[in-house]
Design a protein around this ligand. Structure first.
Ligand code: SF4
Ligand code: SF4
Ligand code: FES
Length: 246
């Protein structure tokens, strides 16, 4: 998997796509030891610290907690600080959101979908215990890996997103019209929250319908980047809650 270029350097060849494939470059990551199995984020950081100082990418916690480092590795979304790479791998911006620069995408169109949602609480009784399903959904790190292959999210980009031309894409500031597994997870979590009123649940369910929940009926399901059972714990229950509206 690795190439010994000389006695001192152990190199891993990685393709880094800077915005679009026409701007691909090859970077040779220098391993610190034969045993090292670098993460994608290690490669990007070393590239930026050495030969590509203007390389743009995002990271925060470096511990799979914040979700902002998500990129595509060989065209599949992965959390870069926890995804090992090997010789010949390709790193690029996630394909499901518009690229701002190199591996940085514009993420705000997703959280803005739920802006202004008023799911009024019934009180602030801290002794109310949330069900275990609620706690399972708090494992979401907002990495947006689940947008991959979601037909509902794809409807936001009627011309496709692959041209990456921001002017042709919906304005993220408005919040994307059609939903995605992450937004549905947030709405299901509102419904599971013991402090949410019945009216609040109704608002959350209606929001799921308005975001295009019907796309989920015939969809084989979505995959979470950190292993949350989206089909069983989000899609199925929210479809059941909304069955009279679909
Ligand atoms: S089940 Fe729904 S949210 Fe999940 S990928 Fe399919 S359309 Fe998207
Ligand atoms: S549901 Fe999973 S894949 Fe989607 S944003 Fe949350 S952690 Fe990431
Ligand atoms: S840097 Fe926070 S999840 Fe990777």
């Amino acid at each position: 998997m690795t190439q010994n270029i000389n006695k001192n350097k152990i190199l891993v060849n990685i393709e880094i796509v800077r915005g679009d494939v026409s701007k691909s470059i090859n970077y040779e990551y220098t391993k610190r030891s034969e045993e090292e199995r670098p993460m994608a984020l290690d490669v990007l950081m070393q590239a930026q610290n050495t030969t590509i100082p203007d390389l743009a990418f995002r990271y925060g916690c470096r511990a799979r907690n914040c979700g902002v480092c998500t990129i595509d590795i060989n065209d599949r979304p992965r959390v870069a600080c926890r995804a090992r790479v090997k010789n010949g791998d390709k790193l690029s911006a996630i394909a499901t959101l518009p690229v701002l620069s190199d591996l940085v995408v514009r993420r705000d169109g997703i959280p803005r979908q739920l802006r202004g949602l008023k799911t009024t609480a019934t009180g602030n009784d801290l002794n109310v215990e949330a069900p275990k399903e609620y706690h399972e959904l708090t494992a979401c790190i907002e990495c947006y890996a689940c947008l991959d292959k979601c037909p509902m999210h794809a409807k936001n980009f009627d011309k496709g997103i692959t041209n990456k031309v921001m002017e042709d894409l919906p304005n993220p500031e408005d919040g994307y019209k059609y939903g995605n597994p992450f937004s549905l997870l947030k709405l299901e979590r509102i419904c599971l929250d013991p402090l949410t009123s019945d009216q609040g649940k109704e608002i959350a369910i209606q929001k799921a319908v308005d975001l295009g929940l019907e796309s989920c009926i015939a969809c084989p399901g979505c995959k979470c980047g950190v292993g949350i059972d989206l089909k069983g714990k989000v899609i199925k229950p929210i479809l059941e809650r909304a069955k009279d509206k679909l």
